[in-house]
Design a protein around this ligand. Structure first.
Ligand code: ARG
Length: 296
């Protein structure tokens, strides 16, 4: 499949996705992965397609990255890097098995017209998997994959305040597995993935928070994609869906069982090309003249 560049319409969310042609469980770098259990490639393809079709039907544009053999996690485009306005900060992966993805994402980004700004050697940074805007602050998950140095380096270049939050549970090894901004002043999070300080930072900085239960967090329900006022989330999270409804969001539950076997779900399979910050404040400002979503 070749790269598909769809026409750009300002204001519409733009997402990068990579078809799961070579997706599989070929190594174990997080507690969800089990080589012997493997996954069902045909089912993974249907689940990926359902997400792709859902975000398009909700009004997003999708660009496709060409799949590459030997890189089974390339589907998780959230880990490509961080997009900020015209710049792309490519990931520096902690594990060697994922490091081959970086040149592919860099080539894609420069062809797509981004200025590629590589991090210095010796820093770890796993892109939008660990760095998420909520309001104007960049929440930065560290310790298991990214490190604080990488986040600080990126924060200095984009001029955003960085709020480092330590990830303490190996099952929630990327920030996007346990924290998801849904509006400039609102986020979903699983408190058990953070230490006291991280929980305090999140509670202090995000006025409207939805706490996800341990059970629903374990079905990857924090890993959602927000398009307009609709949240695409894992089908195994009825309590979260109800809480989102009470906050004025529609929900679109889908099944991601095969990607959860790799430690990923809806959000991990997408990268916001109009910037992670757009997922929160810019888009919500377009939706609502007051610039924020009010509870219903
Ligand atoms: N198997 C992949 C890894 O462990 C899953 C990555 C999921 N991506 C994410 N943004 N959480 O690296």
């Amino acid at each position: 499949m070749s790269n598909t560049h769809l026409p750009v319409q300002p204001g519409r969310p733009r997402l990068l996705m990579c078809p799961p042609d070579h997706f599989g469980i070929e190594y174990e770098i997080n507690p969800w992965m089990n080589i012997r259990q493997g996954c069902d490639p045909a089912l993974a393809r249907r689940q990926w397609q359902a997400l792709h079709d859902a975000v398009i039907s909700l009004g997003a544009e999708v660009q496709l990255l060409e799949p590459a053999p030997g890189l089974p996690d390339l589907v998780f485009t959230a880990n490509a890097g961080l997009v900020f306005e015209g710049r792309f900060f490519p990931s520096r992966f902690r594990f060697g098995v994922r490091q081959g993805e970086t040149p592919i994402f860099e080539t894609w980004a420069s062809h797509a017209g981004f200025e590629v700004v590589p991090l210095p050697k010796g820093m770890y940074f796993e892109g939008a998997g660990d760095a998420l805007f909520c309001g104007e602050s960049l929440f930065a998950g560290y310790r298991i994959r990214s490190d604080v140095l990488g986040h600080q380096w990126v924060g200095e270049r984009i001029g955003a305040p960085v709020l480092p939050v330590e990830l303490v549970d190996p099952r929630f090894y990327h920030l996007d597995t346990c924290f998801c901004p849904i509006a400039p002043d609102a986020a979903i999070y699983y408190p058990g993935a953070f230490d006291d300080y991280g929980r305090m930072v999140i509670r202090d900085q995000v006025p409207r928070l939805i706490e996800v239960s341990a059970e629903e967090a374990a079905s990857f329900s924090c890993n959602t994609v927000v398009v307009g006022r609709t949240v695409v989330l894992n089908a195994g999270a009825p309590k979260l869906a109800t809480a989102l409804g009470a906050m004025g969001f529609a929900t679109r539950p889908l099944d991601f069982s095969e990607f959860i076997k790799s430690g990923g779900s809806a959000k991990c399979l997408t990268l916001r090309l109009d910037g992670e910050e757009a997922a929160g404040w810019k888009q919500a400002a377009n939706d609502d003249p007051r610039g924020h979503l009010s509870p219903t």
